[in-house]
Design a protein around this ligand. Structure first.
Ligand SMILES: Cc1cc2nc3c(=O)[nH]c(=O)nc-3n(C[C@H](O)[C@H](O)[C@H](O)COP(=O)(O)OP(=O)(O)OC[C@H]3O[C@@H](n4cnc5c(N)ncnc54)[C@H](O)[C@@H]3O)c2cc1C
Length: 465
């Protein structure tokens, strides 16, 4: 397994990665991206401490609901880069099982890659979302044929791909880009049915980073985002050569959606697990700030917090149901239940902004205007800030100020904006979660129940339904 230091050194591999108009020469030393690298390195160390027989816990394939439950916890604790790596590996394993009948020629390569990735203890990011051009048109009808990643040249040794994948979490902090079609493809779109593993430092790959990490000199006012921000990558493939052994699908349009569908399930399970903790965090902040404000017992505040508690509990229940009702796939791996995973992820995402509204409503305007830690330290202002930010003898002004900093950082500043959009879009967006939930719900069963209650089961229309 890699140590944190070895991970940092591994990033110095000639990769072309950019931030705010400049090429980044030293990722670990970069003022905005460096802390994210430190965080990944620190999580490598933690995973090292959890190793079993020298193997990373990330190489465990769960074979029962119990193992799946413990993997969800381990992966969540191991941080975003471990999460995207684990879900990539599980996606490949899931997809291999699903394409084995129709496209067996790729199975050996997929399995060899998984084994090698686990041995090298690398980080893999998920490149699915294409630039997509005009959303109403398929790839072949786009004005620019590069709107979806596609093959532009073929030889006996491999293919050359061109296009871009956007919003890729942690792209610059990983070692490999799992590049897969974003949707189903049709006959004629063979060049777009391409799935491949592309090294981050492959010639022709360029990654433009964005980050909500705080730019302020004093990051103490950003207690959460200063340590947990992870950049997104705008990944460009400028005629990148991919050798045959790294190609996992090449022209089989009928199988194009298999990878994205396999990923969706694991990605949303990860999203659901993060949301379950995130919802508890919002409840915790709401209760703490209500108590600090002297309003913990006030009726309308308790009402709002009760609603937040119900929200958090429903999400947790969906996570639990997704794991408990997991299914064992053809290769013995346990898969989270699709219905509960998607319904829970959707519920968490769709109601998130209402929960944040409750928190802001309860907390008050100091979410935005609480003075900084430096103001607390300034001899001219510190005691005055403490005096006026305090509410009672047992509620220290500094404690309350810092609570407000955490609430602002999490919900009302750059990271807060990031969460507001990410919860809705990541994992394929609300629309995708609605479609998958509907597909896995027993709609016929519900119709039968309704007909039975209406006494219409034996009517001709009822029998048809
Ligand atoms: C912070 C963050 C991290 C992310 N991480 C990753 C990642 O690691 N890897 C990755 O691959 N992706 C990632 N994503 C991308 C995410 O999955 C997409 O943002 C999401 O799928 C929506 O795609 P889009 O952004 O192109 O928006 P659009 O597809 O333009 O969607 C905008 C709206 O238009 C609707 N729409 C789009 N097309 C149609 C159509 N044909 N007909 C009807 N309605 C349509 C959508 O339902 C949605 O309501 C991330 C996104 C964010 C914000």
């Amino acid at each position: 397994m890699l140590t944190g230091e070895q991970y940092k050194t591994s990033l110095d591999d000639g990769r072309a990665t950019f931030f705010e108009g400049e090429r980044v020469k030293d990722l670990p030393g970069h003022p905005v991206l460096g802390p994210a690298v430190d965080h990944v390195a620190e999580r490598y160390e933690w995973l090292g401490s959890q190793a079993v027989d020298g193997r990373s816990p990330l190489s465990t394939v769960p074979q029962s609901a119990e193992q799946l439950r413990s993997m969800v916890e381990v992966v969540h604790h191991a941080g975003l880069m471990a999460h995207v790596t684990y879900t990539s590996i599980m996606t490949l394993a899931t997809a291999a099982g699903r394409i084995a009948g129709a496209a067996p020629q790729y199975i050996e390569g997929i399995n060899a890659f998984i084994e090698d990735a686990q041995k090298r203890d690398i980080r893999i990011t998920q490149c699915i979302t294409d630039a997509k051009g005009d959303r109403s048109r398929p790839p072949l009808k786009q004005d620019d044929p590069d709107a979806y990643v596609h093959v532009v040249d073929r030889s006996k040794d491999g293919v050359v791909v061109r296009g871009a994948k956007l919003h890729i979490s942690g792209a610059s902090l990983g070692h490999e880009l799992m590049t897969i079609p974003t949707k189903a493809m049709k006959a004629g779109e063979e060049d777009y049915a391409i799935a491949a593993m592309i090294p981050v430092n492959a010639p022709g790959v360029k990654i433009i980073n964005t980050s909500y990490a705080p730019r302020h000199a004093d990051t103490r006012d950003f207690p959460i985002s200063s340590t947990s921000a992870c950049p997104e990558g705008f990944v460009i493939f400028e005629d990148v050569f991919v050798p045959n052994e790294r190609i996992f699908l090449n022209g089989e349009v009928a199988q194009a959606a298999v990878f994205a569908h396999s990923l969706g399930l694991w990605e949303r399970l990860g999203g659901l697990s993060a949301m379950a903790d995130g919802a508890d965090l919002l409840v915790g902040f709401a209760q703490l700030i209500a108590e600090s404000n002297g309003l913990g017992g006030e009726g309308h505040i308790k009402e709002k917090i009760s609603e937040m508690i119900i929200h958090a509990t429903v999400i947790r229940a969906c996570l639990e149901a997704a794991v408990t009702h997991s299914e064992i796939g053809p290769m013995g791996a346990a898969f989270p239940n699709e219905l509960y995973t998607n319904a829970g992820k959707y519920t968490g995402a769709a109601n998130y902004s209402l929960m944040v509204r409750h928190l802001h409503d309860i907390a008050g305007g100091s979410v935005l205007t609480a003075p900084s830690v430096a103001d607390l330290e300034n001899p001219e202002t510190g005691d005055l800030v403490r005096k006026y930010m305090g509410t009672r003898n047992d509620v220290d002004g500094e404690y309350r100020t810092r609570l407000f900093h955490a609430i602002r950082d999490l919900t009302a500043d750059a990271m807060g904006g990031w969460y507001a959009v990410t919860n809705i879009q990541a994992g394929g967006g609300l629309y995708a979660q609605r479609i998958v939930t509907r597909r896995h719900y027993d709609l016929d069963g519900a119709k039968r129940q309704a007909l039975a209650v209406a006494g219409l089961l034996d009517s001709p229309a009822g029998a048809k339904g």
